[in-house]
Write a protein that binds this ligand. Structure first.
Ligand SMILES: NC(=O)c1ccc[n+]([C@@H]2O[C@H](COP(=O)([O-])OP(=O)(O)OC[C@H]3O[C@@H](n4cnc5c(N)ncnc54)[C@H](OP(=O)(O)O)[C@@H]3O)[C@@H](O)[C@H]2O)c1
Length: 264
């Protein structure tokens, strides 16, 4: 049995609490939030507190707060030599106060408080200063049904950066597509099978091989028509940038436009 204390009450902290709480091998000793109102609804299931001086003893402390607050919160913990981990993709392990044993338990998934999530679909990127602590983090990931991956800080940062492209930027593309369809009164839902197929296809093909469309084919007239249709200047700039990026990746030979010739 591994005992834990969770600090923070946002998306990740809430999902960690829920999954730990239903796992036999893990006991949540306490849940801390600087705003007690955020976790009040759990008070009959778990000990809650907004007072760092009242933190209970546990094998492991999870700091699941905003990236910028991790370092400061870790330095305020009123104990030493215990295992303290954060859940960020980018914050350095050394940003945790060195009075405690330090680790990272980065769940590479998108968490929203109200969207349910199966931790079997959450790869956990693990880092720890001590090998024995890494083993504890590995068994914890195993206990919640997640695969864990030992990574170093640079690899974790690269994964987080890549995650911004595959998740946040892709989602913004959905949003732009939504605005484009809405403007013509056509349902965004008609695009949903394409969205699913795009994600499904790269399970068996590389992103390079899976690419299709006017940029890869270098269908100049279609590209021109699309640019004419786009009224939003920012969307137009994104279209041009993405088209250029695809063509560079795919080795499409493009003739310079009169403007770019002048600039050269
Ligand atoms: N969301 C994701 O998809 C995701 C995925 C992987 C990793 N992560 C990482 O997980 C961590 C938490 O992210 P999240 O999405 O759960 O954030 P979130 O939903 O925005 O919640 C942030 C939490 O941090 C607390 N907090 C902020 N500043 C604080 C301070 N100075 N002292 C104490 N508590 C403070 C907030 O408390 P108040 O409510 O009182 O402001 C809130 O409970 C971050 O390191 C993030 O990089 C997030």
């Amino acid at each position: 049995m591994i005992s834990v204390v969770i600090l923070g009450a946002g998306n990740v902290a809430t999902h960690l609490y829920k999954t730990f709480n239903k796992t036999d091998d893990i006991r949540v000793n306490q849940w801390f939030s600087r705003k007690i109102s955020s976790i009040k609804s759990y008070k009959n299931e778990v000990d809650i507190t907004d007072d760092l001086t009242q933190l209970k003893e546990a094998d492991l402390y999870f700091i699941a707060v905003s990236d910028d607050a991790i370092s400061n919160l870790s330095s305020k913990l009123p104990f030493e030599n215990r295992l303290v981990v954060h859940t960020s993709g980018t914050v350095n392990i050394h940003d945790l106060d060195k009075k405690n044993r330090r680790g990272v338990f980065y769940p590479l998934q998108t968490f929203s408080k109200d969207a349910s999530l199966d931790f079997a679909n959450v790869p956990i990127c693990i880092e720890a200063i001590d090998r024995s602590d890494r083993k504890i983090l590995k068994s914890l990931a195993q206990a919640i049904g997640s695969n864990s991956h030992k990574v170093n800080t640079e690899q974790r940062k690269a994964l987080h950066l890549a995650a911004v492209f595959v998740n946040n930027f892709t989602n913004q593309m959905y949003r732009i597509a939504h605005e484009i369809t809405e403007a013509e009164g056509v349902e965004f839902d008609i695009l949903k099978p394409l969205i699913l197929e795009t994600a499904k296809k790269i399970q068996s093909l590389s992103p390079y091989m899976a690419q299709t469309g006017p940029a890869k084919r270098n269908d100049k007239k279609t590209i021109h028509k699309h640019l004419e249709l786009l009224k939003n200047e920012q969307h137009k700039a994104i279209y041009e940038l993405m088209t250029a990026s695809i063509q560079k990746t795919q080795g499409v030979a493009t003739r310079p436009t009169p403007n770019s010739k002048k600039n050269n």
